[in-house]
Design a protein around this ligand. Structure first.
Ligand code: ADP
Length: 472
């Protein structure tokens, strides 16, 4: 593993708190490090500017005290009450050059030292520069031409720069010492901040750990719904709510499914046991066998429907969206179920209209429509009229199945599409219903991007309406 990958792995294995604290320290340390040279050069230029100002004052003072002597040289003005060593002058040393010769100098501490001639006068004048004296003592120099008693000379003033250098050294060493301390303080502050910011997360994790499938009703406390952690807790609580609802419906479904499977199985066993217990002639036995076969067929149908529901719901049912002319489908389903309606002397009216093509899975749509029409036939009395129609409304295609049966009371309408929900359980079961027909129809229509509604029919029965987006 390369070094950078190993570092990446190490980094990702650390806690968020440590990573945040390290980031904080790194950024704070980097900023301080970047600021150090800026602070240093600001202080240095400030000190230099102060010294240069002082040198200019020195130069003006000294120049005012110079005069020519009788021998063609330059001297300290004899009438002046101050000497070069008087207070206010002693700090600065100076020398005067004329035609390349040193004609006067004042060196209180460096008596014998002879300095190089000043750079030739030119455009750069006045100028500032640094010189090193014999013992490496730094001196800042200000050089400017002057006219003394009508003679052009070069007057230089010097000031000892070692104090200034020492100040800078002290600043550098205190900055160098202070930096690690500041970085340590930043690290401590970062750790404290990260710890405080992440503490609610730890509490949330602890509480989330205590939530199991048995305690899904519990929720995480939301301390502040406006910050990120509060929003996270809110989202988590919403997820818990959905999970709780799914668990509840799963439990209900398992209980209902077991109950539904147990009923035909119990009937099968009872019929078989009774037949075995007594002597029967072949005609009675045949009746018994046919009723057992009926129950086993019901069981088979129920399992088939349950499997179909599970397949569609989990997305394992392969969807084949194709353009379907609803008129054809309605006619096809009508023809298939016509015999059942005929048995009850019911009239089946199929009304078609143009422009009712949709993009959907034919098998699922067929299943939904079959279930609705089958229910209409089963629950409507003899002689009733059952109408199936397909119309276009705007961008939608509406398929309606209306009957003249007992209808469904408003209090049942919201639940009628739930699995195993029946208005009259005994009647539905005796009519061969499993309580899954409408649930499957709803799921099938939703898979085709449509929806299904229930309304009272004008004729007093039910009106189921499928709404699907029309094919482009
Ligand atoms: P079932 O197999 O019991 O018919 P469904 O899911 O198809 O199951 O229907 C659920 C319940 O809705 C039925 O038991 C019945 O009470 C009611 N129902 C469905 N369709 C109609 C209808 N056309 N008229 C009256 N009641 C109906």
């Amino acid at each position: 593993m390369s070094g950078s990958r190993r570092a990446g792995v190490w980094w990702h294995r650390r806690s968020l708190k440590l990573r945040l604290a390290l980031w904080f320290t790194l950024i704070a340390g980097g900023l301080m490090l970047a600021l150090l040279p800026v602070v240093y050069s600001l202080i240095r230029s400030r000190l230099s500017a102060d010294m240069d100002r002082q040198l200019r004052i020195d130069w003006d003072l000294i120049e005012a005290h110079l005069e020519t002597d009788g021998a063609g040289g330059i001297r300290w003005r004899s009438s002046s009450p101050a000497t070069p060593d008087s207070p206010g002058y002693a700090e600065s040393w100076f020398d005067v050059w004329m035609e390349g010769r040193n004609v006067l100098r004042h060196w209180p501490k460096h008596g014998a030292e002879v300095l190089d001639a000043p750079p030739a006068a030119g455009k750069q004048d006045p100028r500032y520069y640094r010189i090193s004296l014999a013992n490496d003592q730094p001196a800042r120099t200000y050089q400017k031409p002057a006219v003394i008693g009508g003679r052009l000379v070069t007057l230089r003033v010097f000031r000892d720069e070692s104090g200034h250098r020492a100040t800078l050294r002290r600043i550098v060493s205190s900055l160098a010492l202070g930096l690690p301390v500041a970085v340590l303080l930043a690290a401590a502050g970062g750790t404290l901040l990260a710890g405080r910011a992440l503490r609610p997360l730890g509490t949330m994790a602890e509480q989330a750990r205590q939530i199991t499938s048995e305690s899904l009703a519990k929720r995480l406390p939301v301390a502040n719904p406006h910050d990120e952690l509060g929003q996270l807790a809110g989202v988590f609580n919403e997820t818990l709510g959905r999970l709780e609802a799914s668990f509840e419906s799963l439990k209900r479904f398992t209980a209902d499914a077991s109950h539904e499977l147990r009923t035909p199985l119990a009937a099968l066993r009872t019929v078989g046991e009774i037949a075995l217990r007594e002597e029967h002639d072949p005609a009675v036995l045949r009746d018994t066998i046919s009723s057992m076969l009926e129950e086993s067929q019901r069981l088979h149908d129920l399992i088939d429907t349950l499997l179909m529901l599970a397949r569609v719901e989990s997305g394992r049912h392969p969807l084949q969206h194709e353009t379907i002319d609803i008129n054809d489908l309605v006619r096809e389903v009508g023809e298939r179920l016509e015999v059942l309606a005929a048995e009850k002397q019911q009239r089946l009216a199929i009304r078609t209209s143009p422009g009712v093509a949709v993009q959907a899975d034919r098998g699922l749509l067929d299943q939904a429509l079959t279930n609705l029409l089958h229910n209409a036939i089963r629950f409507s009395p003899s002689d009733a009229l059952i109408e199936v129609s397909a119309v276009r409304r705007g961008g939608d295609v509406l398929v309606e199945v209306a009957d003249e049966g007992p209808g469904i009371a408003p209090e049942h309408r919201a639940k009628i599409f739930e699995r195993f929900y029946r208005v009259d359980t005994a009647r539905s079961r005796s009519a061969g219903g499993s309580g899954l027909g409408l649930a499957l129809a709803k799921l099938a229509i939703e898979q085709c991007d449509g929806r299904i509604d229930l309304e009272p029919s004008p004729a007093g029965g039910c009106l189921f309406r499928i709404i699907l987006p029309a094919a482009p």
